[in-house]
Design a protein around this ligand. Structure first.
Ligand SMILES: C[S@@+](CC[C@H](N)C(=O)[O-])C[C@H]1O[C@@H](n2cnc3c(N)ncnc32)[C@H](O)[C@@H]1O
Length: 214
């Protein structure tokens, strides 16, 4: 089996793994040549979770190429199953940490990047485990085209504010800076598993969309 070797703190397999195991044969390590062959527009999703959102969007927008990754095997395999069942030619998913993928991607490659409900690591001593950190934002920015977007969603106010500050430091703009631009309305119902969980718990949800200035 091909899988990520990187240090990672979350779950790697879930209850559905046994049912999806057969799709492991479709996993492959990406290469620089592979990325060069994928046509624009290209959207990256970091942490695809159960794999349903990226699969649904790939089905809905056959003209957009979706590239996703996760360390959690079940979602990646489910996305592969969805892709095979629906003959999707615009969905590419990897069982890898995003840090392992980025060095293979050309600069100014993505038109958009999305990260929905990243693991919050709310305890102060665990904050350094957060995926969306200064190092990643810097690496992502090099791979995003000018005026490309980053969509971010979380139910943790603290993560939301930290992420916004990181992006402001890297020269991103938010066209309409008002509470309305980050309340639960703009992206209304992304329909991801963790958004549903947060809604069930009556958590406040935070979303933003920023554009790269350079
Ligand atoms: C809380 S879940 C959210 C999943 C999904 N986006 C949603 O909204 O339901 C966070 C996901 O990010 C994945 N993840 C965490 N760090 C990652 C990294 N460095 N690279 C790729 N995926 C990562 C986890 O395995 C997990 O599936």
């Amino acid at each position: 089996m091909f899988e990520s070797k990187d240090k990672y703190f979350g779950r790697k397999k879930g209850k559905s793994f046994a049912r999806l195991e057969q799709f492991q044969r479709f996993l492959f390590p990406p290469t620089k040549e592979f990325f060069k062959k994928i046509k624009k527009p290209r959207v990256l999703e970091i942490g695809i979770g159960d794999g349903e959102k990226i699969s649904a969007d790939a089905k809905l927008h056959p003209d957009i190429n979706y590239i996703g990754c996760d360390i959690f095997a079940d979602g990646v395999l489910r996305a592969i199953r969805n892709s095979k069942e629906n003959s999707l030619r615009n969905l590419f998913v990897f069982h890898l940490n995003i840090q392992e993928i980025l060095p293979l991607v050309p600069i100014k490659y993505f038109d958009g990047i999305r990260i929905f409900f990243p693991d919050p690591w709310p305890k102060t001593k665990h904050k350094k485990r957060r995926t969306f950190n200064r190092e990643l934002v810097k690496a992502l920015s090099a791979k995003l085209r000018k005026n490309g977007y980053i969509h971010f969603a979380t139910d943790h106010a603290d993560y939301f504010l930290d992420a916004l500050v990181l992006l402001q430091d890297q020269d991103y703009r938010m066209d309409n800076i008002s509470p309305n631009s980050w309340k639960y309305n703009d992206f209304n119902a992304l329909d991801t598993k963790f958004e549903k969980k947060a809604l069930d718990k009556n958590h406040k949800l935070f979303y933003f969309s920023v554009l790269k200035n350079y």
